[in-house]
Design a protein around this ligand. Structure first.
Ligand code: ADP
Ligand code: MG
Length: 493
C-alpha cells in the first residue's frame, strides 16, 4: 500500500487545459558499490580496462562456478543504509532474477527481492522555495550488474564486454514522495553526496556508477495516484529533470484528451528530449524469482552494525546544521559548502578563528567561482586555505581594501606566494595616512573647481570624486577615510 505523505502544494502544480495537475515521482537509483572486487568474484571492479580484462570464470558463468559473497560489499550496503537512517535487516536473501540477455551470461541476475538487506529509511532534501522535504526510502538491496553489448564495433556482429558483469550494485528504491522535477533532481544529488561522504559509491555518472529509473505519474491535486510509467536508466541529473517534465506533459495530454495512461517502460532520448515506449506491462518480464541455491541467506550481526556505526563520518545534514550554528552561515551558503566534504573542510580551515561570514564569502564567491570558471575541483585549487585565510585577515585588519584583495587573490592564484609578503613587496597596502589622502583630494578638487561647486547642490556627485581619488591612489586609499575627508572639504553633509 502506498501512503501519500505530502500535502499538495499549488506552487508545484502544472497547468493543463482542463485544470491543475500534480506530478508524482518515485526513483530507483542504481549505485555501484565502491569496492576493489566484484560482488561474487575476486575480479577487479575497476572502471575501464580492455574489454573482458576484468572477468573471472564466475563472471563469465562457466559451468560449475560458484558465487562467493564479497563481505566488503555487504558492509558498504549496510553503511549506506545507516547513512539513510534506514532499518538494517539482520536476515536477507539473495534471489535469482531470471531473464535472457546476451550480456547476462548466467541467464539470471543475482539480486534481492522479498528480503532486502536494508529496509525503510529517509532522505531529507532542502528546496530553496519550500524548505525541508522528507523523501521515504522503501528499501536498498544488493545485486549484480550486467555486462555490456557493443553493436558498433563490426558491421555484422555484436560484441560483449563482461568487465562490468558481476560488479556490486545497490538499488535504492524511494517511495513516490517527490512532486516536481526539481525535487527529484535534488533527491538524486543529495543521495550522491551522502554516498560520497560514506565512501560507498563514487557517484560518477559519466562512468555509469550512478543511474536511475524514474517512475512518473500525474493526478489531480491530492487525488488518487495515477498509473505510472518507468523511464529507464537515466544517467545525468539534467536529463532526469527533462525526462520528468516531458513525461508529465505527455501523460497530462493523454488524460485531458479522455485517454488512459498505459503502465509501461520508456526510454529517454537526450537528443530529442522526449521519452518513448520500450515495452508495455503486457510485455513485462516474468522473472521467476527464487532464492539462489548457491548462496546462503545473509545474516548480519549486531557487532558488524555497531562497528560500521562507529566509523560513520559526520553526514551532510549534521554538517550543515553545525556549520550554520558555529559560523552563522545562511542556509544557502551552508548548502553549497557541504556539497562536497573537501569543500566544507577547506571552508573550516579558512573560517577557523576568523569571521565565518567573510570566510564563506571568499570561499564561495571568489574561490569556487574561479574554480568553476576553469572547471577545476577544490582538491586542485591553486590557492590554499592558509593563503585565502591570510587574504581575509589582511582585509579584516584594514591593511588592504576589498578591491585590492581581489587583485591579491588573482596574484596568489597565478603565482602562488605568501599574501602578506606580496602586499608588502608590491606596495599594495591601503593608504590610511590621511595626509596622503588629503593631498590627493586637494589636487582633484583644484583641477575640478566647477564640479566641486555643483556637488553642494547635488550631494550624489560625491561618488564621482570618490572614484577619482581611488583612481589616483591606485585603489589603495581607505574608502571610508576618502569619503569622510571629501565630505569635509566639499562641505557636503
Ligand atoms: P516495480 O518493482 O514494479 O518497479 P515498485 O512498486 O517497487 O514497482 O515501485 C517502483 C518505484 O515506483 C518506486 O520508487 C515507487 O515509489 C514508484 N511508484 C509506485 N507507484 C507510483 C506512482 N503511482 N507514481 C509514481 N511513482 C510510483
Ligand atoms: Mg522498477
Amino acid at each position: 500500500m502506498i501512503v501519500d505523505t505530502r500535502t499538495p502544494d499549488p506552487k508545484k502544480f502544472i497547468k493543463g487545459a482542463t485544470g491543475d495537475w500534480e506530478i508524482v515521482i518515485g526513483m530507483e537509483v542504481h549505485a555501484q558499490v565502491s569496492a576493489k572486487a566484484k560482488l561474487f568474484s575476486g575480479a577487479s571492479a575497476e572502471f575501464g580496462g580492455e574489454p573482458n580484462d576484468h572477468v573471472s570464470l564466475v563472471d563469465a558463468a562457466m559451468p560449475g562456478m560458484l558465487p562467493v559473497i564479497n563481505g566488503f560489499c555487504v558492509e558498504q550496503a549496510v553503511r549506506t543504509g545507516l547513512g539513510l537512517k534506514a532499518e538494517i535487516n539482520r536476515y536477507s536473501v539473495f534471489d535469482r532474477k531470471n531473464y535472457f540477455y546476451p550480456d547476462l551470461p548466467q541467464g539470471y541476475q543475482i539480486s534481492q527481492y522479498k528480503q532486502p538487506v536494508v529496509g525503510e529509511g529517509t532522505e531529507t532534501i532542502d528546496m530553496p522555495d519550500e524548505g525541508r522535504v522528507e523523501v521515504g526510502i522503501e528499501r536498498l538491496h544488493l545485486e549484480q550488474d550486467a555486462g555490456k553489448s557493443m553493436h558498433d564495433q563490426h558491421p555484422s556482429m555484436s560484441f560483449v564486454d563482461l568487465n562490468r558483469s558481476g560488479c556490486a550494485l545497490m538499488e535504492i528504491v524511494s517511495k513516490p514522495d517527490m512532486r516536481s522535477a526539481d525535487e527529484a533532481k535534488a533527491y538524486v544529488s543529495k543521495l550522491r553526496t551522502i554516498m560520497r561522504y560514506l565512501g560507498t559509491c563514487d557517484g560518477n555518472m559519466e562512468q555509469g556508477s550512478l543511474r536511475a529509473d524514474i517512475n512518473v505519474s500525474v493526478r489531480e491535486p491530492g487525488g488518487e495516484f495515477g498509473t505510472r510509467c518507468e523511464i529507464k536508466n537515466v544517467n545525468s541529473i539534467r536529463f532526469m529533470g527533462q525526462a520528468i517534465e516531458y513525461e508529465a506533459r505527455r501523460q497530462i495530454g493523454i488524460l485531458e484528451d479522455g485517454g488512459t495512461v498505459d503502465q509501461e517502460t520508456r526510454l529517454f532520448d537526450a537528443r530529442s528530449g522526449e521519452t518513448r515506449s520500450m515495452r508495455s506491462k503486457e510485455e513485462a518480464h516474468d522473472y521467476r524469482y527464487f532464492p539462489d541455491p548457491d548462496l546462503l541467506p545473509l545474516q548480519i550481526d549486531e557487532a558488524m552494525i555497531d562497528d560500521i556505526k562507529a566509523s560513520l563520518p559526520e553526514l551532510p545534514d549534521e554538517k550543515k546544521a553545525r556549520l550554520i550554528a558555529s559560523y552563522s552561515l545562511s542556509d544557502y551558503d551552508a548548502d553549497i559548502l557541504i556539497g562536497e566534504q573537501a569543500s566544507a573542510d577547506f571552508f573550516e580551515l579558512v573560517a577557523k578563528g576568523r569571521d565565518g561570514k567573510a570566510a564563506a564569502n571568499w570561499v564561495i564567491n571568489e574561490l569556487f567561482g574561479r574554480l568553476n570558471k576553469e572547471g577545476r575541483g577544490i582538491s586542485d585549487s591553486p590557492v590554499s586555505a592558509d593563503q585565502l585565510g591570510a587574504i581575509v585577515d589582511l582585509i579584516d585588519e584594514g591593511t588592504i581594501s576589498g578591491k585590492i584583495a581581489k587583485e591579491l587573490f588573482e596574484i596568489v592564484w597565478q603565482e602562488g606566494g605568501d599574501p602578506r609578503a606580496i602586499v608588502e613587496d608590491r606596495g599594495m597596502k591601503q593608504v590610511t595616512d590621511t595626509g596622503a589622502i588629503e593631498a590627493a583630494i586637494d589636487e582633484i578638487i583644484a583641477a575640478n573647481a566647477e564640479k566641486a561647486e555643483q556637488v553642494k547642490d547635488k550631494p550624489n556627485m560625491i561618488g564621482w570624486f570618490v572614484g577619482q581619488v581611488m583612481k589616483s591612489t591606485g585603489g589603495k586609499a581607505n574608502p571610508q577615510a576618502v569619503n569622510q575627508i571629501l565630505r569635509d572639504k566639499l562641505g557636503v553633509e
